[in-house]
Design a protein around this ligand. Structure first.
Ligand code: ARG
Length: 459
């Protein structure tokens, strides 16, 4: 039975009902709807709408219902109720009779749905914080396991300067740490309860909304009823956190897809996260990573869709807002899956230290060191840059790396170059110089790794 039949003399067109109903997706709010209803029943006792005895009966019925939906949420889908709020109400009426019809006193689905969704966001947010941390731990573990590995560092996808695999992994730990703090921040801001705001103007019963909020686990109650039922900022914010984090994951995926190519051969992905080709027997495709990269688009798209749905909506609640849930559920589910999948990819990732070292040594990645060497000999950097450019052109023409040029060859480009140039061109020397905070010097990376291990261990 619809919640609002009295005003209507004709039933809904079945096509409209199908179009309008939200149960097929908002069934996921069942637990939160029951949790909010339990708190609401208690608040109704304090204002004299329910007796303690009635509230006790409702509470008992709701506990049974909660256990049942936790065990089998799919059961809800066989109902033709309009939405989860109607479903819970009819389930209660079926369980306790007319008493179930009292529960909606002073409440609207507008404050109810806003409350349910915020409760769901809070629960989901905690799980996501856990998945971010798990991926960071995976990165740190992989950095530890491959600490010796040198990696060519790129700009413009041209080999630029050598870095280490650990330094690369720690870059993603940093990105995820910002995602973590953005998520915490968004969760903090959404931690206010709209329940007791009624349809839009506030409830006509003297509900202690602060106590009600605390009872449901919120930090406090919202301040303005119009805003409370029409606010979906938290939906957009969570989608934004998800979008930005997915953008990070897409870059992680892209780096590894490239490192895994036959041409680079820097890493080998485990059989457990790759798939084969139906035609070409030799192939092992990086599907997990490609899907992470690809799914970034739908998460960003969901955020844009939500912003468009909210744009220019008049106060207060409008049915447009029912569009919040599918996009949010999909965006957060997708983000969650991708965080977990990225962690899985790292578990058996093999780094080929010989290949990465060879690549880091090639490509004239030590050219900056030669320029710095000339600077140390008193040549202004701009001039040194030019000299090294010419030297590199020569080295390319004779098909040798810089460190294999003879002193005679070097001196064609600058007379100040002497035998002490060679140690400067060694790969470890180029790493060792970068001791300023955040640089790739071994001791800097070790300190960064230890620090990350320590903060992650405390979570
Ligand atoms: N299914 C609705 C939603 O998701 C619940 C609120 C409906 N309120 C109303 N007055 N029609 O937004």
């Amino acid at each position: 039975m619809a919640l609002w039949g009295g005003r209507f003399s004709q039933g809904a067109d079945s096509r409209f009902k199908q179009f309008n109903d939200s149960l097929r997706f908002d069934y996921r709010l069942a637990e939160q709807d029951i949790q909010g209803s339990m708190a609401w029943a208690k608040a109704l006792v304090k204002v004299g709408v329910l007796t303690a005895d009635e509230q006790g009966k409702l509470q008992q019925a709701m506990e049974v219902l909660l256990a049942s939906v936790q065990q089998d949420p799919q059961q809800i889908l066989s109902s033709d109720a309009e939405d989860i709020h109607s479903w819970v109400e009819s389930a209660l009426i079926a369980a306790v009779g007319d008493l179930g019809k009292k529960l909606h006193t002073g409440r609207s689905r507008n404050d109810q749905v806003a409350t349910d969704l915020k409760l769901w966001c809070k629960a989901q947010g905690e799980l996501l914080l856990g998945s971010i941390t798990a991926l960071q731990q995976g990165l740190v573990a992989s950095a530890r396991a491959n600490q010796a590995a040198v990696l060519p560092g790129y700009t413009h996808l041209q080999r630029a300067q050598p870095v280490t695999f650990a330094h690369w992994a720690l870059a993603y730990v940093e990105m995820l740490e910002r995602d973590y703090s953005r998520l915490q921040d968004a969760l903090k801001r959404l931690d206010t309860s709209p329940l007791g705001c009624g349809a839009l103007a506030g409830t006509a019963y003297a509900i202690d909304r602060e106590a009600l909020a605390l009872d449901m686990g919120f930090a406090g109650a919202t301040r303005n009823s119009l805003d409370s039922v029409s606010d979906r900022d938290h939906v957009v914010e969570l989608m934004h956190v998800a979008s930005l984090s997915m953008t990070h994951l897409s870059r992680f995926a892209e780096d590894l897809i490239f490192y895994n190519t036959g041409e680079a051969g820097f890493v080998e992905l485990s059989d457990a996260v790759t798939s084969g080709s139906s035609l070409m027997p030799q192939k092992k495709n990086p599907d997990a990573l490609e899907l992470i990269r690809g799914k970034t688009g739908r998460v960003v798209g969901a955020q844009m869709g939500m912003l468009m749905s909210l744009k220019a909506l008049p106060l207060a609640y409008n049915k447009d807002m029912q569009e919040d849930k599918e996009g949010l559920f999909d965006a957060l589910d997708t983000w969650h899956d991708c965080l977990d999948m990225a962690a899985l990819v790292l578990i058996d990732l093999k780094v080929n230290g010989e290949r990465t070292m060879a690549a880091a040594q090639g490509g004239y990645a030590n050219a900056t060191e030669l320029a710095d060497y000339l600077v140390a000999k008193g040549i202004p950097f701009r001039e040194a840059h030019h000299i090294v450019g010419e030297t590199v052109v020569f080295a390319i023409s004779v098909g040798r790396p810089l460190e294999e040029l003879s002193i005679g060859e070097f001196q064609r480009f600058s007379p100040v170059i002497e035998f002490d140039v060679y140690p400067n061109l060694e790969l470890e020397a180029t790493l060792a110089k970068r001791v300023a905070k955040g640089g790739v010097a071994r001791e800097q990376v070790e300190a960064a790794l230890t620090a990350a291990e320590a903060w992650l261990a405390k979570r």
